[in-house]
Write a protein that binds this ligand. Structure first.
Ligand code: MLC
Ligand code: AMP
Length: 506
């Protein structure tokens, strides 16, 4: 039975005896062994009663077993819903109920806190730890591995990835098999991945970058990956002589450059470094080339669209730009007010169309209609321009969004919480330059008359409800917020005022 994503990415593993996954301790998992892990997961999902199209939420630490959950879901036709391990039980509750997930897999450390949440949302909770143990693993050991994959078509939903919204409510981006497969094919060719490649995989596997870009390309090319649980510069340096490629967010590259062991000799075996998810400073690009002789290949993507543009593999990788539209992807720049296409060179909203663009937001037809035009163009909310040579440059964002270390943080979600805090009249959350994360989150609060808000207590309380990476690193108290004549908070003035907040404290 056809299942295009499984057929292209996972079926070829059955015949493969060479290493697909290399673990930090040097253990190798061959392609066929990894396929067996996926088939067991698929068998378990079916035995638990999950049907093709049902959603499975996963909040587990990164491991080969965690990656096999993705393969198992694809094989069983179950929709994969990965969740940031930093999300609090409150946050997980929203995703579970919104998606109507039938199953939640979590680490044992979180199971107690998640049990009532799963219960409330009607999801079955099972445990999978990073060491491969837990009730789900035990169950997998008792079932028959799935033999033939579930029948799926290109247009069927493969994954649901939540992205926060400017109104504070997260939206589930529906990604079809075709969205994922077409992008993997395009990127594998564009970046020349082959069976000889060994990717240093240090990104989280709950986002597009680490889950789809990194993993799908390695699977499609028949290459291997060194699977590190997280960014660990010592491990990167240790493994680099064995690898051919690294995909990272800009923080990967600034941290590597901060380490004297990162030298031209160390990267002698590497052929490609890519960067994305957040802007790479031109100075990082230049410093990286001076140190290593390699020009980082910067590309631009989104959860909703997978990858849209990329600097060329051959040809000039231009610092400060995100390169050209990928084959099969159309990019245009439009007027934010009218939606009319602007002449080349002018700044406007980037819109993209292609097989990479998602199917819409899960059960949110109005939001889908507002961002995905009837003709297939997706309104990214990124501001950019296309120069005479065709290079796309992102100059800013129309959406009120902070990107810290490659994680998206929507100020509105935090402001809604801060506004409720004791002694707070109103708040504004801004992103200002951060030496390590690109942008850091800063909260500005205005006290109620006569109140003296306890900022430390407010931040501690926020951390119980919001993932730690969203919690402002500091709260500044101001008598009022700057507003324009329409009454809108002028965040640009706040960003100017606090521009040096993190850099001066580094
Ligand atoms: C960790 N922390 C962060 C953070 N990561 N704070 C803000 N932003 C981040 N990105 C906080 C933790 O909450 C914790 O705070 C403290 O930093 C230490 O945590 P850590 O886990 O030890 O951090 P570290 O390992 O150093 O992680 C930093 C990082 C990581 C940059 C390596 O965040 C990372 O791997 N980012 C990649 C994100 C990514 O893959 N994005 C792709 C999205 S897809 P406290 O308070 O507890 O001390 C996409 C589309 C596309 O955007 O184009 O790719
Ligand atoms: P996410 O919703 O997590 O997928 O984040 C997508 C957003 O990340 C995009 O809309 C951009 O704002 C940003 N982004 C991704 N790649 C780049 C890049 N190379 N340069 C600047 N911003 C980027």
């Amino acid at each position: 039975m056809p299942n295009p994503l499984y057929d292209a990415l996972f079926a070829p593993l059955i015949e493969r005896r060479s290493a697909l996954v290399i673990l930090p301790d040097g253990t190798e998992i061959s392609g066929d062994a990894f396929h067996a892990m996926c088939a067991r997961v698929a068998g378990a999902l079916a035995a638990l009663g999950l049907q093709p199209g049902d959603r499975m939420a996963v909040q587990v630490e990164k491991s080969a077993d965690a990656l096999a959950l993705y393969g198992g879901a694809v094989m069983a036709g179950v929709v994969f819903l990965p969740l940031n391990t930093a999300y609090t039980p409150d946050e997980v509750a929203y995703f579970l109920s919104d998606a109507g997930a039938k199953l939640l897999l979590a680490d044992s450390a979180k199971a107690a806190a998640l049990a009532p949440v799963a219960d409330r949302c009607g999801a079955r909770l099972m445990v999978l730890n990073a060491d491969g143990r837990g009730s789900f693993a035990d169950f997998c050991a008792t079932v028959e591995p799935m033999r033939a994959p579930a029948d799926r078509a290109e247009g069927d939903l493969a994954a649901l990835l939540y992205t926060s919204g400017t109104t504070g409510r997260s939206k589930g981006a529906m990604l079809s098999q075709k969205n994922l497969l077409s992008n993997a094919e395009v990127l594998t060719r564009a970046w020349r991945f082959t069976a000889q490649d060994v990717l240093l995989h240090a990104l989280p596997i709950f986002h597009t970058h680490g889950l789809f870009v990194a993993t799908n390309i390695v699977l499609l090319a028949g290459g291997a990956m060194i699977l590190l649980p997280k960014l660990d510069i010592d491990a990167l340096i240790r493994w680099m002589p064995r690898a051919t490629s690294l995909m990272g967010v800009p923080t990967f590259y600034t941290r590597l450059l901060d380490d004297a062991r990162f030298t031209r000799d160390l990267v002698a075996h590497m052929r490609l470094f890519t960067s994305g998810s957040a802007p790479l400073l031109a100075e990082t690009h230049v410093a990286f080339e001076a140190r290593t002789g390699h020009r980082i290949l910067e590309r631009y993507g989104m959860t909703e669209t997978n990858m849209n543009t990329s600097n060329p593999y051959d040809g000039e990788r231009r610092a400060g730009t995100v390169g050209f539209p990928l084959p099969g992807v159309e990019v245009k720049v439009t007027d934010p007010e009218t939606g009319a296409t602007l002449p080349q060179g002018e700044i406007g909203i980037l819109e993209v169309r292609g097989d990479n663009v998602f199917m819409g937001y899960w059960q949110m037809p109005e939001k889908t209609a507002a961002e995905l035009r009837a003709d297939g163009f997706f309104i990214t909310g990124d501001l950019g321009r296309i120069d005479d040579d065709g290079y796309v440059t992102i100059v800013g964002r129309q959406k009120d969004l902070i990107i810290a270390g490659g994680y998206n943080i929507y100020p509105k979600e935090i402001e809604l919480e801060l506004d409720e805090a004791e002694g707070v009249k109103e708040s504004a959350v801004i992103g200002v330059p951060h030496p390590d994360l690109g942008e850091g989150v800063l909260g500005v609060i205005v006290p109620l008359p006569g109140a003296r808000p306890d900022t430390a207590a407010i931040l501690a309380d926020l951390g119980t409800r919001l993932a730690r990476f969203k919690v402002p690193r500091a709260l500044v108290v101001l008598p009022d917020l700057p507003r324009n004549t329409m009454g809108k908070v002028q965040k640009n003035l706040l960003r100017d005022q606090f521009r040096d907040w993190f850099t001066s404290r580094a």
